[in-house]
Design a protein around this ligand. Structure first.
Ligand code: ZN
Length: 182
């Protein structure tokens, strides 16, 4: 009988509802990190879920696999809550984030919102990044989003695939419009 896969120690999955990406919280003796931050209307929930894992520990790092609004909409809220937070993004749209070009970042054309956030460092494909004290490989993964990266932790063979990796491909696009925001 096969057993359900288990996550390595220090890797915590926050499973979210539409329209928010799931979040990964990484904890180790040397630090803490979150991968992707959900949609902006769910920021209060994101903060509560992250705090539920970290307790009183600060969040040291925030990494975005790509910059769709459901993956980085909580960035601004996390940066407000944790002022020393270091934010890492893929290099493809770094200039647009620094200049905050909401059209180039897809938010204006899609009618979605994303509060402005700052960036401190880049997740460069082909390199490794230290997240919460563990080295994760950064791989380019264009397709769902041309600038997306995926993260792989070789010792535990753990892949953070950015969006859904399933039998029909990479990423999910639901038909229809997003629900109206209040
Ligand atoms: Zn996406």
């Amino acid at each position: 009988m096969s057993e359900a896969p288990t996550l390595p120690a220090g890797v915590h999955l926050l499973e979210r509802g539409w329209l928010s990406s799931n979040n990964i919280v990484l904890t180790g003796p040397e630090g803490t990190a979150v991968v992707d931050s959900g949609y902006c209307t769910h920021t209060a929930q994101t903060l509560a879920l992250v705090r539920g894992v970290l307790g009183e520990r600060p969040l040291d790092q925030l990494a975005n696999t790509h910059l769709h609004s459901d993956h980085c909409g909580g960035n601004a809220g996390l940066q407000d809550r944790y002022p020393l937070l270091q934010t890492l993004i893929p290099p493809g749209h770094a200039a647009q984030v620094r200049d905050w070009d909401a059209a180039a970042l897809s938010y204006t054309p899609t009618g979605q919102s994303c509060p402005r956030f700052s960036v401190d460092a880049l997740l460069l494909p082909g390199q490794e990044v230290n997240l919460a004290g563990e080295l994760w490989q950064v791989h380019a993964a264009a397709g769902h989003d041309p600038h997306s990266v995926i993260l792989f932790h070789a010792p535990s063979r753990t892949l953070i695939s950015a969006d859904a990796l399933w039998e029909n491909g990479f990423g999910v696009v639901f038909p229809g419009r997003c629900p109206a925001r209040s």
